[in-house]
Design a protein around this ligand. Structure first.
Ligand code: ARG
Length: 467
């Protein structure tokens, strides 16, 4: 019998596509990355076909072995991907058919439409888990840096103007919180994505009695109790990419968080702030200015956020006008997804590596935090404690600040009698307001940057991120 090569054009076509069309439509140049998951999916499908009697035991064995051998070839770089075969699915099926006659039965009750929907879910599930680990490592790096500098104060800013004192550790822990929400968004996304689409066929399932739940269990599409999870509508299963968009949205938010952290790092590293040193390994010099040491990793992370956000918008736009169900447009999803995944993982990893090695210039931080105008609000609180309504206290402290501006003095340099000349509510104890350590320890409500609260949070995070 003449061997029939697997192709999407067999039978009804007289000739292959024009050269330029083939180049335009191939996806093997990027979707080869799905090979491991494509093979795992095929092996599960083959086991199911055996279970329902489509394959004999020996055919199954030959197919499984053949696919293992192909996996070994791919891993060793021995398989030549052929663009004429369009995509990873056809390339692998073709390689199998060349080795194993029963390979021609593998595509029974399967379409590349449900196959690709499966492959991406499997691939993305692994990447998502790895990304969560990367995020965790970044959180650890931030908590480590915070713990090593637990008692270093810096100014906190609003509008990039000095506002109130905080601990450097408190500032870093803000990012740890953001990353924790990012991580839980990934878990939510994984939860919704974790349904097996195989068995949906091209769009209308199959007339054969497939055991979809068997395949689901084989591939780990199960709930917490180990029960299989399969998609419930064949049309939805082959045309839906919202799991991918959800992932890209979660990734975009991570990128935005990293971009904000990058911006802080870049500011802190500037001569004007001078709060931190970045390890040489994470900086570059200038080809012209010999003195330069630039925070390129932070800048690139900030810059790459544009790509990750762009990929999300591309995917949303890709989907918005598509009629049901599968359309070839969907092939455009993968490069955006791969780019997002590669970019976000690299950014998270490098940011983690960089933050691990950052050192804090405590003298610079303390000098900036010693600015007594940071404690203007504390001065108002002092008057409130004396019984003054806050609005009035705000006004009185405004007068104090105005006086200081005119006389070029710091708030802490005024004497108790100068304070009293502005308002009789000031007592002899007013000057103690400007003791920074005490001022910080007074911020003791839950979530505030007081020393006790920050120590508590550091302990909480160290525990949560252990192991
Ligand atoms: N390479 C295709 C993609 O990425 C696989 C599905 C092809 N299906 C089809 N009916 N042409 O979407």
């Amino acid at each position: 019998m003449k061997k029939i090569a697997p192709t999407s054009r067999s039978g009804r076509f007289d000739r292959g596509p024009a050269e330029e069309v083939a180049r335009f439509s191939e996806s093997i140049s990027f979707d080869w990355r799905l090979w491991r998951h494509d093979i795992a999916g095929s092996q599960a499908h083959a086991r199911m076909l055996r279970k329902i009697g489509v394959l004999s035991a020996s055919e199954l064995k030959a197919i499984l072995r053949g696919l293992d051998a192909i996996a070994a070839d791919i891993a060793a770089g021995r398989l030549r991907w052929d663009p004429a075969l369009e995509d990873v699915h056809m390339n692998i099926e073709s390689a199998l058919s060349k080795r194993v006659p029963a390979g021609a039965k593998l595509h029974t009750a399967r379409s590349r439409n449900d196959q690709v929907a499966l492959d991406i879910r499997l691939w993305l599930r692994d990447e998502l888990n790895a990304l969560r680990e990367d995020v965790r490592n970044l959180q650890r790096a931030l908590v480590g840096l915070a713990s090593r500098n637990a008692d270093v104060p810096i100014p906190g800013y609003t509008h990039l103007q000095r506002a109130q004192p905080v601990f450097f550790a408190h500032h870093l822990l803000a990012y740890v919180e953001m990353l924790e929400r990012d991580s839980s968004r990934l878990v939510d996304c994984r939860e919704r994505m974790n349904e097996c689409p195989l068995g949906s066929g091209a769009l209308a399932g199959s007339t054969l009695p497939l055991d979809r739940e068997f395949v689901a269990v084989e591939l780990g599409f199960v709930d917490a109790a180990g029960r299989p999870r399969v998609t419930q509508n064949s049309m939805d299963a082959v045309c839906d990419r919202d799991f991918m968009i959800e992932f890209c949205a979660a990734a975009a938010l991570i990128a935005v968080h990293l971009s904000r952290l990058s911006e802080d790092v870049i500011l802190w590293f500037s001569s004007e702030f001078g709060f931190i040193r970045i390890d040489d390994a994470y900086t570059t010099g200038s080809s012209l200015m010999p003195q330069k040491k630039n925070p390129d990793v932070a800048e690139l992370t900030r810059g790459k956020t544009g790509r990750v956000v762009g990929n999300l918008v591309s995917l949303l736009t890709l989907l918005k006008g598509l009629p049901m169900t599968y359309n070839r447009d969907l092939q455009e999803d993968k490069e955006r997804l791969f780019d997002t995944t590669d970019t976000i993982r690299a950014c998270v990893r490098l940011m983690g590596g960089m933050m691990e090695k950052v050192t804090v210039r405590e003298d610079r931080c303390r000098a900036a935090a010693a600015d007594s105008t940071l404690l203007a609000t504390d001065l108002a609180d002092y008057l409130v404690k004396k019984g003054m309504p806050f609005r009035k206290a705000h006004h009185v402290v405004g007068l104090v600040v105005g006086r200081c501006e005119k006389t070029g003095k710091g708030l802490h340099e005024l004497s108790a009698s100068e304070f009293r000349s502005l308002d009789p509510a000031f007592g002899a104890d007013v000057c103690s307001t400007f003791d920074l350590a005490r001022a910080l320890s007074r911020r003791n409500v839950i979530g505030a940057p007081g020393a006790r609260q920050v120590r508590k949070q550091l302990a909480r995070w160290s525990k949560l991120l252990r192991g």
